[in-house]
Ligand binder design. Structure first.
Ligand SMILES: Cc1ncc(COP(=O)(O)O)c(C=O)c1O
Ligand SMILES: Nc1c(O)cccc1C(=O)C[C@H](N)C(=O)O
Length: 415
């Protein structure tokens, strides 16, 4: 890019960003989040696919939970403040964002723990249908925890794990398949996998589909009920902005809830937890996915964080996410020295989540420099720059600024 063309093109892109922001129906939501750094400067925060930004209303709610509910009401809060039923109540707040009816999602534990519950339960149901179903298929580029837990779930159930590309699953499922575990959006490349198509193929083969929604929930419509997904898990600290280590969730399809046999049947999932019976009798519904005492402080911080979704249409979020990532790619094309970065996120909208992953050999150093200049993305080894776009608080001006600073850093490092 020559100096003159660059300046003209840069001006045009900034004007375009301003127009897109002015027409953005979600723009007002940005004010609900803290986006300044410790010096009061507004950063371009493109790491909401790792840790979502803080919704402004959360600190006061957390203070109230600590000072009043815990401090003053103490034990009474389990009933009077609704602590005991919070896992299901917060599940019902997440439900519309992922296309689930009320009563199908329970919040608690980490994603890793919920992967174990979901995968073991899926394999148990498959084995109950037909003991010859012994294969557990896992997408080969899965986030590592899913792969580790799937291997353990297989050892626990006597299944055998087979890793394969997500797009190869429909052609590989058969009478021996018990279950498949797939990441809806690949954490490294941002590729969106075909949830409706893969789920339909898995069902056609008589098996069960378990989806990890960590990188899709809150960024795009998932349609769990619509597509008949059997079980799903996800975290709440990325696009749902629940805070560091906020509890994850587990979805079980309505007609499978009575068959859901948890490998972690703690007292919180008992039909009568305060009966303190030595014999386990599972509760009905989403409660069956619970284990032990919920992490109330994190859970209620999450509940408050979810208020930013009031009145938000997830289809509008998806439309903005695609517009943002398209615009960012155009800006990168304009600002980055030719051939310096390679985009590994699919160009087709149908295969793109809400992040752009760019490969470059010195990605580690480039990201460190971007962060120093107020553009926060992250680096995934060995050579990936990840930029997550959270439509509720990312503006088109952010996308332009991020690409411009990236172009500067890349040009300086090449010089
Ligand atoms: C796809 C995916 N699954 C699981 C996890 C981890 O889950 P947790 O640390 O909540 O157990 C992450 C991110 O950390 C992830 O990106
Ligand atoms: N959960 C995380 C954490 O506790 C510390 C740092 C990063 C994370 C992440 O969520 C990473 C994220 N799943 C990823 O896609 O890379």
């Amino acid at each position: 890019m020559s100096e003159t063309t660059g300046n003209t093109e840069g001006t045009a892109l900034r004007e375009q960003a301003a127009k897109l922001d002015a027409a953005d129906g979600l723009a007002a939501r940005r004010a609900d989040f803290v986006l300044e750094d410790e010096n009061g400067e507004t950063v371009v925060y493109l790491d909401g696919n790792s840790l979502g930004a803080l919704p402004r209303s959360v600190p006061a709610r957390v203070a109230d939970v600590v000072e009043r509910e815990w401090g003053r009401l103490r034990i009474r809060s389990w009933t009077e403040s609704g602590w005991w039923t919070a896992p299901e109540r917060v599940g019902d707040r997440i439900a519309p964002l992922v296309g689930a009816a009320p009563g199908r999602i329970v919040v608690g534990d980490s994603t890793s723990v919920n992967v174990l519950k979901a995968v073991v339960a899926a394999v148990r149901m498959a084995r109950e249908d037909n003991p010859a179903r012994t294969d557990l298929l896992v997408d080969e580029t899965t986030f590592p925890t899913d792969g580790y837990i799937a291997a353990s779930a297989a050892r626990l159930t006597g299944a055998a794990v087979r890793a394969l590309p997500a797009e190869g699953i429909p052609g590989s499922v058969g009478p021996r398949t018990a279950a498949v575990l797939v990441n809806h959006v690949d954490y490294r490349t941002g590729e969106l996998h075909d949830l409706p198509g893969i789920t339909a193929a898995v069902h056609e083969a008589g098996a069960y589909a378990v989806w990890d929604l960590c990188h899709s929930a809150g960024a795009l419509p998932v349609g769990l009920d619509e597509h008949g997904v059997d079980l799903a898990v996800g975290c709440t600290y990325k696009y749902l902005n629940g805070g560091p280590g906020s509890p994850a969730y587990l979805y079980v399809r309505g007609d499978l809830q009575q068959r859901f046999d948890s490998p972690l049947p703690g007292w919180n999932s008992h039909a009568d937890p305060f009966g303190m019976s030595p014999a386990y009798e599972p509760a009905d519904g989403a409660v069956r996915g619970r284990v032990g005492t919920p992490d109330i402080l994190s859970l209620l911080a999450l509940e408050e964080a979810l208020t930013v979704w009031d009145g938000v249409d997830i289809a509008a979020v998806r439309a903005k996410s695609l517009a943002l990532t398209d615009f960012f790619l155009r800006c990168v094309e304009a600002y980055a020295p030719a051939g310096r970065v390679e985009c590994v996120t699919p160009a087709e909208h149908a295969r793109r989540g809400s992040q752009i992953a760019l490969r470059c050999p010195d990605a580690d150093e480039v990201m460190a420099e971007l962060i120093a200049r107020g553009v926060v993305g992250d680096f995934r080894r060995p050579d990936v720059l990840r930029f997550g776009f959270t439509p509720l608080y990312t503006s088109f001006a952010d996308a332009e600024r991020a690409a411009r600073v990236l172009g500067e850093v890349l040009a300086e490092r090449a010089a």
